[in-house]
Design a protein around this ligand. Structure first.
Ligand code: HEC
Length: 140
């Protein structure tokens, strides 16, 4: 017999059970997420901070994505340091625009050697974030 009190017990019991499950999963996610980023931001050097500034004032995100966020005109750059390396990144930026027919063009930003080093340090830093392979298409 399915009684009124059995229904009440299922309702409250289920409520309590799923609330506790929710708390446990929230706790687990919060603990796990803090392990994925750089620990205590120890790698956040002045170079990386300046590089982020260069990234922002030149609006790289207006064409590129960083860890999947941004514009889809040009390749993902969160992982570009791993894909190409620092020397390629600097040479690429200095060599723009390519003028290659039929290819999308990136402007010349006239960055100083210091700005290029800082930007590369920033892109190295982003490449070290454990994104669990996000975005799935490595060139965005
Ligand atoms: C107006 C759009 C635009 C802006 C703004 C822009 N880029 Fe690009 N970028 C491109 C395009 C388009 C390509 C790909 C060109 C090609 O493959 O021929 C590219 C390619 C690159 C690559 C090579 C990527 C790879 O996978 O090989 C790097 C590195 C790069 N950009 C860095 C930057 C940085 C750093 C900034 C900001 C200072 C920036 N870009 C701003 C359009 C842009």
């Amino acid at each position: 017999m399915f009684t009124k009190s059995a229904a009440r017990n299922i309702f409250f019991g289920g409520g309590v059970f799923f609330f506790l499950l929710f708390l446990a999963l929230t706790f687990d996610s919060t603990r796990d997420l803090s392990k994925r980023d750089h620990h205590e931001q120890q790698n956040l050097t002045p170079e990386v901070v300046r590089g982020k500034h260069v990234w922002e004032v030149n609006n790289c995100i207006g064409c590129h994505t960083l860890l999947g966020e941004g514009a889809y005109f040009a390749p993902e750059l969160g992982n570009v340091y791993k894909r190409r390396g620092g020397e390629f990144i600097k040479a690429w930026i200095m060599g723009q625009p390519t003028g290659a027919p039929g290819r999308r063009q990136m402007p010349q930003f006239n960055l100083s050697a210091q700005e290029l080093d800082d930007l590369t340090a920033f892109l190295k830093w982003t490449s070290e974030i454990d994104t669990q392979n996000w975005p799935p298409n490595i060139e965005g």
